[in-house]
Design a binder for this molecule. Structure first.
Ligand code: SAH
Length: 201
């Protein structure tokens, strides 16, 4: 048994997504960045599936396109905020991946994901998701603005009605240097808009 069960955060996110995404599915990469998750998703959905990938930086979409190489035809790259996902995606999706924070190696590391658009995007994607579909959100809180986004996200996911969504947090406790943690959301039943409950209800 050389295999790892308690993966680091990024491989664990992929593991969860691969449990639910089938060839032929439509899926979303909410933060294309350098395109690592876009390529992973393009491989999973196969020739008949499709990946819709968002980024607000042209430089990220160019990197993603290069990274996709021969699989570029399986992805639509959208230069807009993931908060506007409903303008671009009408079909059901079986999975979505978010990798928050700034674009590594970018000229402008001050361009980061922000609480309001991240939450609006997650909220919209929960509506688009199939029953049993999965959303993974890799959260970084070490950069400026990161802790505000973390707190807002934790508040939001805690309000999701437990009959509609199971929300979990997964993290390695003994890693140094501000490792990311993972939030994962599984859709438990069909709905167009997720129900929310106020804290204490
Ligand atoms: N922190 C991760 C990488 C995150 S990349 C790591 O270290 O590996 C995050 C990407 O999200 C960036 O390319 C950024 O341009 C993009 N982004 C920021 N706000 C966005 C939004 N509203 N919609 C879509 N993409 C966004």
């Amino acid at each position: 048994m050389a295999d790892i069960l308690l993966h680091r955060v990024l491989p664990m996110a992929k593991r969860m997504i691969s449990e639910r995404v089938q060839p032929g599915d439509t899926v979303v990469d909410a933060t294309a960045g350098n395109g690592n998750d876009t390529l992973f998703l393009a491989e999973l959905v196969g020739e008949t599936g499709h990946v819709v990938a968002f980024d607000i930086q042209q430089q990220a979409l160019e990197a993603t396109n290069r990274h996709l190489g021969e699989l570029a035809g399986r992805a639509t790259l959208i230069h807009d905020s993931h908060a506007n996902v409903r303008e671009y995606v009408q079909s059901e999706i079986s999975g979505a991946m978010f990798n928050l924070g700034y674009l590594p190696y970018s000229d402008d590391l001050s361009i980061i994901t922000t609480p309001s658009s991240t939450i609006a995007a997650i909220h919209a994607m929960l509506g688009l998701l199939k029953k049993s579909g999965i959303i993974t959100i890799t959260v970084y809180d070490g950069h400026e603005g990161g802790s505000e986004e973390r707190d807002a996200l934790l508040d939001y996911v805690s309000t999701l009605h437990q009959g509609d969504v199971h929300a979990i947090r997964y993290e390695l406790l003994n890693q140094r240097r501000n490792p990311p943690f993972l939030l994962a959301l599984e859709k438990m039943k069909d709905f167009k808009e997720v129900r929310t409950v106020e804290a204490g209800e």
